[in-house]
Design a protein around this ligand. Structure first.
Ligand SMILES: Cc1cc2nc3c(=O)[nH]c(=O)nc-3n(C[C@H](O)[C@H](O)[C@H](O)COP(=O)(O)OP(=O)(O)OC[C@H]3O[C@@H](n4cnc5c(N)ncnc54)[C@H](O)[C@@H]3O)c2cc1C
Length: 565
């Protein structure tokens, strides 16, 4: 980016609204810019161009950078593109900018006609000397008028996409979970179209992401996004004391304790730090937060705490292999790169179990969502929301959606919530007039082409099937451990959870392949020097506090391992 703007912009610094002037006569163009700068330069950026085409190019760059344009001053008679033609096209890019045509006396007729064509605010006769009398009063009035509307410059990342596109949803989710502020535009609405036009794309490939510097990314991968929005993805070294795999509460807990205790620590996360907790709308039972805390707030603090202690936190690093190389432990990533360390802490947590009913797979992210309550809540304003699940995560989601949706219905297979949900949540739900519970019910099919529009629900005792209109289904039916990639590397239980410590010693026998003259330490897996923490561990508590506790304990055991392997 930046060619034309660098050439014509008087100052790139700051977020000052732009006054843009275009005149094909270089001496007049310079004179207009000089006069404007003299009076408005302190609080505005003066951008000068010498043809309509160049001025439009400059406007497109300004849009991508998120800048505001307050006033456009265009010469009427220019070769190629007249001032009126320029203003007409500029209106599509900056509809709120005030428009002035610079004309010679002989052209006043054309200028008057232009009042209708381009909704001209003013025409100025050249020469305008002295500017104090002829130019400044006009521009002052236009700036006053422009300021009465809200023109906050956009400094954050912008995402242009389609409402029902799965990848658009994933990109927004990725940014939100990584705490990257972004603004969302629909591709078929005027602001979205303007951005696509400025980026020079037809919008057939979405989403389009415009980074804060104005750089445009079309259908970016998570790794590309991470890099452009300033997330660390590349390690600074290739050997560490400890590699922590997974950035949920267990991994973040481990990173905080490891780094604060002087271990060279790197945490690698495949998507966004926070894990499941980062998607929890309100964690009420974490020690020290009597009023609850949102999962993203808690985990964002933990991430900052870890980096403040010197841990490296890398995102979009998907671990796919682990092996012992002598005393080193090597972690391989999806892109083929590797990291090595004395010890490894596995904190890969769990992934959401998918609803098997026909249609649900195809409609995922297009009305059917797994655990993404936070990002979609605002889209459900005044709509009817269905939530599948009877455990705490479903209950929390119901409470959260109740603030936005017209109605929230919990679809529960069991006869009531009592057996599966905490008492405090059941009580909270009972006080919400727009939340209801439908027990003994399961989803048997989801229908919709672009987006979910119908659900088939079965009443389990009677077998009766009812078809209802539904656009939003959020599924919270538990999870399975993300440990498939560790097959044959560390011992796991039948459900895939990683076994550790005393569980590995059966009838006094240590695990197969174990070569050390001691039993595995408490959270140590069947591969010495590799520890497990949090939800991925067999028989773990599935709570934020216990995951953090596991992380801290794993670090203490890493110290013991490093002292005495
Ligand atoms: C909606 C919801 C609400 C909840 N509310 C509460 C609550 O109120 N109170 C409470 O105590 N608990 C709550 N829980 C449970 C709690 O969030 C979990 O117990 C906790 O997050 C487990 O932490 P973890 O670090 O072990 O795993 P996770 O949080 O699952 O994090 C694991 C991380 O590892 C990453 N990862 C996985 N595989 C790889 C790989 N191969 N390479 C790199 N990275 C990888 C994942 O992307 C993920 O970020 C809730 C859970 C959910 C889903």
């Amino acid at each position: 980016m930046g060619g034309i703007l660098d050439a014509v912009t008087q100052s790139l610094a700051g977020l000052r609204p732009v006054l843009l002037t275009v005149d094909d006569d270089p001496s007049i163009s310079r004179a207009v810019a000089r006069d404007l700068r003299r009076r408005y330069g302190e609080h505005h950026r003066i951008v000068r161009a010498e043809s309509g085409e160049h001025a439009l190019e400059a406007l497109r760059e300004l849009i991508l950078r998120g800048d505001q344009v307050a006033v456009l001053l265009a010469d009427y008679r220019m070769p190629g593109m007249t001032g009126i033609e320029f203003l007409e096209q500029a209106m599509d890019l900056y509809p709120a900018a005030r428009r002035v045509l610079l004309t010679a006396y002989a052209d006043t007729g054309a200028a008057i006609d232009a009042i209708n064509v381009v909704d001209l605010d003013h025409y100025l006769l050249k020469p305008w000397d002295p500017p104090e009398e002829k130019l400044y009063p006009v521009v002052d009035a236009l700036l006053d008028a422009w300021r009465t509307a809200d023109h906050t410059p956009v400094t954050e990342t912008r995402v242009v996409g389609h409402r029902w596109s799965a990848r658009s949803h994933e990109v927004r989710d990725f940014l939100a979970r990584n705490q990257i502020a972004y603004r969302w535009y629909l591709a078929d609405e005027p602001d979205g179209r303007r951005l696509l036009d400025a980026a020079g794309t037809d919008g057939l490939r979405l989403p389009v992401v415009v980074a804060p510097g104005g750089e445009t990314l079309i259908e970016p991968s998570d790794a590309e996004l991470a890099e452009r929005v300033g997330l660390s993805t590349v390690p600074s070294a290739d050997f560490y004391d400890v590699v922590v795999i997974g950035g949920g509460p267990a991994g973040l807990g481990a990173a905080v304790y490891a780094a604060s205790e002087g271990l060279r620590t790197v945490l690698v996360e495949r998507t966004a730090t926070g894990g499941q907790a980062g998607q929890s709308s309100r964690i009420e039972n974490y020690l020290g937060f009597p009023d609850g805390v949102s999962g993203s707030q808690l985990t964002d603090r933990a991430r900052r705490q870890a980096t403040r202690f010197g841990a490296e936190v890398l995102t979009t690093r998907h671990a796919v292999g682990l092996e012992a190389n002598g005393s080193a432990r090597s972690v391989r990533f999806a892109d083929g790169s590797e990291l090595h360390a004395h010890a490894v802490i596995l904190a890969t947590g769990v992934t959401y179990r998918q609803l098997g009913a026909p249609g649900c797979g195809e409609l995922t992210s297009r009305g059917v969502f797994y655990g993404s309550a936070l990002t979609e809540a605002a889209n459900c304003a005044n709509e009817d929301v269905y939530i599948v699940g009877g455990a705490n995560s479903a209950g929390q989601a119901a409470v959260h959606f109740a603030q936005h949706a017209r109605s929230v219905t919990l679809l529960v297979r069991g006869p009531s919530l009592e057996a599966s949900m905490s008492h405090y949540l059941i009580q909270q739900i009972a006080t919400l007039p727009n939340v209801s519970v439908r027990p003994c019910t399961e989803v048997v099919a989801a229908h919709g082409t672009e987006h979910l529009d119908k659900l088939e629900l079965r009443h389990i005792p009677s077998g009766a099937v009812e078809t209802i209109d539904a656009s939003w289904l959020f599924v919270f039916i538990g999870a399975s451990p993300h440990t498939g990639w560790l097959d044959g590397v560390v011992a796991r239980d039948d459900a895939g959870f990683v076994l550790s410590g005393p569980d590995l010693v059966v009838d006094g026998r240590r695990p197969p392949g174990w070569t050390l003259d001691r039993d595995p330490y408490h959270l140590e897996t069947s591969l010495p020097g590799v520890f497990v923490a949090g939800d991925a561990r067999a028989d773990s508590m599935k709570r934020v506090a216990s995951a953090v506790g596991d992380g801290a304990m794993a670090v203490a055991l890493v110290h013991r391992y490093l002292e005495k392997p």
